[in-house]
Design a protein around this ligand. Structure first.
Ligand code: NAP
Ligand code: GDD
Length: 323
C-alpha cells in the first residue's frame, strides 16, 4: 500500500486529493495545524479513513516529525496562505507560509525521506501580468501580488532542490479551480453562494469587485488527478494544468443567475472598491498541451457545468442549514 502525506488536507484541494488517493488504495496522512475549534468540515466524511498529524508550515520540527511518522512515498505540499487579497494585508505571513513553508517542507524531506516524491502547488498567479497568451510552462513570470511573488519563490526552490540534490520534486502550475468546497471569499463561491441566497430570499444583493477580470476556471476534482499523475512519471517535471478556456467574472455572474432563472442580474449586483486589488491580474488562460501529451490528463467538467454544480450545491446547503 502506497503512503501519501498531504499538507493542506483541510483545504479545498486537500480534501479532493485525499478522496482520490483513498480510491487508489493509498494510506493517507494529513498535516493539520492547531485551531481552537476543529475545521474538518471538508474531510469529516473520510476522517475515519485518514490519519491526521499536527504540524505547521512555520515549525520545521513539526514538519520533520510529520514526514518521519508518515514515512510517505509521496508528499503533496498544498498548504499555503492561498487568498490573493489577504496577501497585501499580510505580506510577511504570506511569504512565511507560501514561500518559506515550501523550503521547510523540502528541507525536512531531504533530511528524513529523500526518496519520496514531492508535489508543489504552483499557481497561474505567477504569470500575473501575462507575457504571452496562452501561458505555458515556458512563459516568463510577472507576479502581481505578494502571494504570486511567494509562489514564484516556492516554484523555483522546488526546482532548485531537484537540481541541487537530485530529489523527485515537481511543480504543477495550476490555473484557478473551484468547487462547492471552495472558500467563501473566492469570487466563484462568493457568487454561487450569493446567488443561492438571493434565490432563496435570504439576501438582496451581491457586492463584488472587478467584473472584467478573466480566469481559466476548472473543477478541483479534475485537477487533483493531475497532481497524482505528475508523481507517477519516471522523471520529475513541471506542468501547466488548465482548461484552455477563459471567462470574465461577469460571465460567471450571468451564468450563475441563469441557473436560478434570473436574467436581469444587474438588478442584484453592485460593485465596490473594497473588492478591487492594488494590482490586478486581468487575464489568464492556460495551455495544458504538455500535460495532455505526457500525463494523458484532460479536464472533464465544463465551465457551464461547474457554475451549475456550485450554485445547486449552495442552494442545497442553505436549505439544509435553515431546516
Ligand atoms: P485552501 O482551500 O485555502 O487550503 C489551504 C490549506 O493550507 C488549508 O488546509 C490550510 O489549513 C492550510 N494551511 C494554511 N497555512 C498553513 C500553515 N501555516 N501550516 C499548515 N497548514 C496551513 O487552498 P486550495 O484552494 O485547496 O489550494 C491548495 C494549494 O494550491 C494552495 O497552495 C494554493 O495556493 C494552490 N493553488 C490553488 C489554486 C486554486 O485555484 N484553488 C490554483 C493554483 C494553486 P486551515 O484549514 O487550518 O486553514
Ligand atoms: N475574491 C474576490 N472577491 N475576487 C473578486 C471579487 C470579489 O468580490 N470581485 C471580482 N473579483 C476578481 C478578482 O479581482 C480576481 O481578478 C478574480 O475575481 C478572481 O479572484 P479569486 O477568486 O479571489 O481568485 P484569484 O484568481 O485571485 O486566486 C485564485 O487562483 C489562483 C490561481 O490563479 C486562488 O485560488 C489562488 O490561491 C490561486 O493560486
Amino acid at each position: 500500500m502506497k503512503r501519501a502525506l498531504i499538507t493542506g488536507i483541510t483545504g479545498q484541494d486537500g480534501s479532493y486529493l485525499a478522496e482520490f488517493l483513498l480510491s487508489k488504495n493509498y494510506k493517507v496522512f494529513g498535516l493539520t495545524r492547531r485551531t481552537s475549534t476543529p475545521n474538518y468540515e471538508r474531510i469529516k466524511h473520510i476522517q475515519d479513513q485518514i490519519e491526521l498529524i499536527p504540524g505547521d508550515l512555520l515549525d520545521q520540527q513539526s514538519l520533520t516529525s510529520a514526514i518521519s511518522l508518515s514515512n510517505p512515498d509521496e508528499i503533496y505540499n498544498l498548504a499555503a496562505q492561498s487568498f490573493v487579497a489577504t496577501s497585501w494585508s499580510q505580506p510577511v505571513l504570506t511569504g512565511e507560509f507560501t514561500a518559506l513553508g515550501t523550503t521547510r517542507m523540502l528541507e525536512s524531506m531531504r533530511q528524513v525521506k529523500p526518496d519520496a516524491k514531492f508535489y508543489q502547488a504552483s499557481s497561474s498567479e505567477m504569470f500575473g501580468e501575462v507575457q504571452e497568451t496562452p501561458q505555458t510552462e515556458k512563459t516568463p513570470f510577472h507576479p502581481r501580488s505578494p502571494y504570486g511573488v511567494a509562489k514564484v519563490y516556492a516554484h523555483w526552490i522546488t526546482i532548485n532542490y531537484r537540481e541541487s540534490y537530485d530529489l523527485f520534486t515537481v511543480s504543477g502550475i495550476l490555473f484557478n479551480h473551484e468547487s462547492p468546497r471552495r472558500g467563501l471569499e473566492f469570487v466563484t463561491r462568493k457568487i454561487s453562494h450569493g446567488v443561492a441566497k438571493i434565490h432563496l430570499g435570504q439576501q438582496d444583493s451581491l457586492i463584488l469587485g472587478n467584473l472584467d477580470a478573466k480566469r481559466d476556471w476548472g473543477f478541483s476534482g479534475d485537477y487533483v488527478e493531475a497532481m497524482w499523475l505528475m508523481l507517477q512519471q519516471s522523471k520529475p517535471d513541471d506542468y501547466v494544468i488548465a482548461t484552455g478556456e477563459n471567462h470574465s467574472v461577469q460571465e460567471f455572474v450571468e451564468a450563475a443567475f441563469k441557473v436560478v432563472g434570473i436574467t436581469n442580474w444587474k438588478k442584484y449586483v453592485k460593485t465596490s472598491k473594497e473588492f478591487y486589488r492594488p494590482a490586478e491580474v486581468d487575464f489568464l488562460i492556460g495551455d495544458a498541451t504538455k500535460a495532455k501529451k505526457a500525463l494523458g490528463w484532460k479536464p472533464k467538467v465544463s465551465f457551464a457545468d461547474l457554475v451549475k454544480l456550485m450554485v445547486e450545491a449552495d442552494i442545497k446547503l442553505l436549505q439544509k442549514n435553515s431546516q
